[in-house]
Design a protein around this ligand. Sequence first.
Ligand SMILES: Nc1ncnc2c1ncn2[C@@H]1O[C@H](COP(=O)(O)OP(=O)(O)O)[C@@H](O)[C@H]1O
Ligand SMILES: [Mg+2]
Length: 368
Amino acid sequence: MKVLALEATDFRNLQQVLVEPHPRFNVLSGDNGQGKTNLLEAVYLLGTLRSFRASKTEELIRFDQPRARVRARVEKLGTERLLEVELTPGHKSARVDGKGARAANYFGGFNVVLFAPEDLKLPRGAPAGRRKFLDRAIWNAVPGYLAEAQTYERVLRSRNALLREPGGQGALDLLEVYSAQLAAAAVPLVTRRRAFVGELAARVAEAFRRVTGGLVLEIGYRSELDLPAGEIAGALVALLEKDQRRDRARGATSSGPHTDDLTLILDGKEASAYASQGQLRAIVLALKIAEIEYLTEKLGNPPVLLLDDVSSELDPTRNAQLFQFLREVACQAFITTTSPAHVLLTEERKDFQVLTGAISVEQGAPTC
Ligand SMILES: Nc1ncnc2c1ncn2[C@@H]1O[C@H](COP(=O)(O)OP(=O)(O)O)[C@@H](O)[C@H]1O
Ligand SMILES: [Mg+2]
């Protein structure tokens, strides 16, 4: 998977940029606030029709402009496509080779994996962050998973809203309907996440062993619903019924895959409680390496990597290991940095300078 050419128009502070990337490493340097992450966000948008940091499309449109556009010629398994995304306030539309594409048909054509400083908080952060890591990674490999996860979220929101309403018989009947719907929607979430963690476990363990020189990391999926697929829905209905009084008092649903977690066990102990700062970073590095290897195998083609200034957050040893891995995988990568010295690549790279929303090819840098 590769970006052959990319154009962004009125996307954040990128008024009009045209980038012809290197098939391997693209290093985007510049001071803070110049537009480096904005460019990664534009590439991410092409892959996911989403932003990794904005909740509203409005935020992505350049101030005082009516619309933003991102277009790219991309290559996947020898086939070239023209992808276009247009954003207007509250609306986005996507086109593939000039034809309008609904979101469900759009996904799967172009896959990106982001590695950002926020990821380094994964082991110690709230479970929601770890579920998001799982969900994004699964969705990348299984486009239909997005709709499954959205269905679950929608039913959960409706059920929580109902729990907060004063209850009559009608509300109780409706609650039962929502509980059944929630239980049905929970099944693909639990089974896909569990299967994904199962597939990732050996790769993570191997990557972690390499990165730390021998420590043992075990990952697992923790769920109240860790049951055979055919028993999950029934078990959740029973839990929801049991907790109904408490859920009403809380105004929230206490059971279901929205409470599940990815567990990280380092040499037999919970990593979030016992791992050192350096080990926590090594865990994240191992998770990301495993995610990329998994996707490459699933897709038959490596995804495009977006690395947002992670080098400055890693110690020199982890940073060297990150670049060692990048040289080994056949991915195209976009790497932003405020300090080019951290980017340990001497070959197959093209350097860009990002300055107040304009991007220029850096002369004299070691390109090839
Ligand atoms: N919708 C927008 N319109 C214009 N400028 C924006 C918009 N959103 C963010 N910016 C600007 O983009 C800059 C931040 O870009 P970013 O890519 O995050 O910087 P960095 O180079 O540090 O990664 C800031 O100057 C901010 O004001
Ligand atoms: Mg940035």
